[in-house]
Ligand binder design. Structure first.
Ligand code: C5P
Length: 230
């Protein structure tokens, strides 16, 4: 059975995965999956409903029923919606990222979200951004990228991104939070953050965004023979 091609972009928080994966998807005219946003949506939903982080039955039900919408056009284009509410800025708050990383370590949560993520695959192709896209969710992806950068650079980038979104943040605090999140994401027993064996690692420290995008597009061209829609 022919399936749509997939490009996976995995790596630690703040490495620029979102920016790169989104731009590559746009250039190719492919679908885009921000899997971190799904974990963040569940985090927000559970915080709003005051569901405890150890209430596994409630979290499983909440993950399965989660109303996930990433509209690409119309009035809410590029917004993240939860139960009809725009939560684009709310899910970027560090409290949400923190809780997302706690919930993401629970096997029951990952299992509940697995098929929902796979459902994003469709023609002409998909660019998926996360931690386990190349290792667990799309192990047969045509192109697997592991995007990384030094933790200091990642904290600086996240700080700049939050300021631009009007979310207040403190650089030293972000550095500590990123370190703690990396530690948890890399050391969890289920779907730990690590490069897939067949992934190509790109260290984006000091690299311009366009250079990273072009490198990924060149890989797609090499493996899938497409240059994209634009
Ligand atoms: O990428 P982002 O920072 O939005 O992800 C938030 C958290 O969700 C991560 O720290 C990670 O724990 C979790 N996550 C995951 N698997 C993914 C994407 C995100 O465990 N595929």
């Amino acid at each position: 059975m022919a399936t749509a091609p997939v490009v996976t972009v995995d790596g630690p928080g703040g490495a620029g995965k979102g920016t790169i994966a989104r731009a590559v998807a746009r250039r190719l005219g492919w679908h885009f999956l921000d899997s971190g946003a799904i974990y963040r949506l569940l985090a927000l939903a559970s915080l709003r409903s005051r569901t405890a982080a150890d209430d596994l039955a409630a979290l499983d039900a909440q993950a399965r029923a989660l109303d996930i919408a990433f509209p690409t056009h119309g009035a809410n284009a590029d917004e993240v919606m939860l139960d009809g509410d725009t939560v684009t800025a709310a899910i970027r708050e560090e409290a949400c990222g923190e809780r997302a990383s706690v919930l993401a370590a629970l096997p029951i949560v990952r299992a509940a979200l697995l098929e929902r993520q796979r459902a994003f695959r469709g023609p002409p192709g998909l660019v998926a951004d996360g931690r386990d896209m190349g290792t667990v969710v799309f192990p047969d992806a045509e192109v697997k990228v592991f995007l990384t950068a030094s933790v200091e650079e990642r904290a600086r980038r996240r700080h700049k991104q939050l300021m631009e979104q009007g979310v207040s943040a403190n650089l030293a605090g972000l550095l500590e939070e990123l370190r703690a999140r990396d530690e948890r994401d890399m050391n969890r027993p289920v779907a730990p953050l690590k490069p897939a064996e067949d992934a190509i690692t790109i260290d984006s420290t000091g690299m311009a965004i366009d250079a990273v995008i072009n490198r990924v597009l060149a890989l797609v061209h090499e493996r899938c023979g497409t240059t994209g829609a634009e």
